[in-house]
Design a protein around this ligand. Structure first.
Ligand SMILES: [Zn+2]
Length: 209
């Protein structure tokens, strides 16, 4: 009995030490702390204003200058969006690295525009590189720091992570690679497509997003 008590105390001590360590390192350089899957916001980050006008541009926590243009406060909670970006960044770093901080910088300056319905666009490519003269899309890169994404009940069902890959490629490879795994442009590989699937599965299964 005594052994069990000591054992649990050791575990308790160990976990509280770990907690402190995480707090110390994040608090030093950030005013926002990650606590999966949400953020403790010490800085004053305004909430979406239900009675305000739409589309409404709101800042995201954690990512210094990142914003989202919302057509409704329900799409999406700023913590969840910032969390998806953080998961994306961790996966990207593990797989491709980010020693120059280019991807982080891009995410820090990202603007996400949320759309209600699919968008009709000209001259795009499918994931395997097939050219399509006219199509309805659920995600689009609008600039070096701007993406448009059609909303779904779950963020893991949207093209958000897919568009984040395009943004990361712009800032690391020099091209968004519009034809994805096709041969017309460099940059996008099968690993990038796999990364998107892995991240979206995790978002759904672990964080219910
Ligand atoms: Zn794409």
């Amino acid at each position: 009995m005594k052994n069990i008590a000591i054992y649990s105390l050791v575990i308790l001590l160990f976990s509280s030490l770990q907690f402190q360590q995480i707090d110390n390192t994040t608090a030093k350089e950030k005013t926002v702390q990650a606590l999966p899957p949400t953020f403790i916001t010490l800085a004053d980050i305004p909430e979406c204003d239900e009675s305000g006008t739409f589309p409404q541009k709101n800042p995201l926590p954690w990512w210094r200058y990142a914003t989202q243009l919302q057509y409704s406060c329900a799409v999406y909670d700023k913590d969840n969006v910032a969390w998806v970006m953080l998961i994306f960044y961790e996966f990207w770093k593990d797989e491709f690295g980010d020693s120059g901080g280019n991807v982080k910088r891009a995410l820090n300056n990202l603007q996400i525009v949320w759309g209600k319905e699919a968008l009709e666009v000209d001259n795009i490519y499918s994931l395997n590189g097939t050219f399509i003269p006219k199509a309805r899309v659920c995600g689009l890169v609008k600039g070096d720091y701007e993406i448009w994404v059609m909303s779904e009940p779950r963020m893991s069902d949207t093209a958000l992570v897919h568009e984040l890959v395009h943004i990361a490629l712009i800032h690391t490879c020099g091209s968004a690679d519009p034809d994805h795994e096709g041969d017309g442009f460099p940059c996008w590989t099968a690993e990038h497509s796999m990364l998107i699937e892995d991240i979206n599965s995790l978002l759904y299964e672990k964080y219910n997003l």
